[in-house]
Design a protein around this ligand. Sequence first.
Ligand SMILES: [Zn+2]
Length: 156
Amino acid sequence: MADFLTPAERSALMALIKGKDNASTELRLVAALRAAGLAGWRRGLRLPGRPDLAFPAARLAVFVDGCFWHGCPRHHRLPRTRRAFWSAKVATNRRRDRRVGRQLRARGWSVMRIWEHALRRGALPATLARLARALRAASDRPRRPAAPAARRRPRP
Ligand SMILES: [Zn+2]
């Protein structure tokens, strides 16, 4: 196993190997939403980029971005070896993030991206407040006439 990884990178790598980019941070967000009583979100909706969470009624898609994999300006550090490889990998991820954002917006969705570090305990309240604001803004947005969300039936 590669020894040049920091613990954070190693856990990100293990998550990638398991096929889940940021499973643990995503679950932390889910737990925080439950604790804060924020409702109306779904996981696993078939939308471009497979958002970690989506609020269908507000048409807000939420992604949790790992600091290593998505090149967080504060925390991303290239490993000492295979720098070109890792650098290209992160650049590819960021390009995909932008493309997915465009695809979602073209379908009438708003997009919120949350850094992994914004889910740390101390940062969580501010992140939830930001999410609540994004949710309000997305809900207040004028609807496109044919927005499928408008035809959604209320939850039983
Ligand atoms: Zn970060």
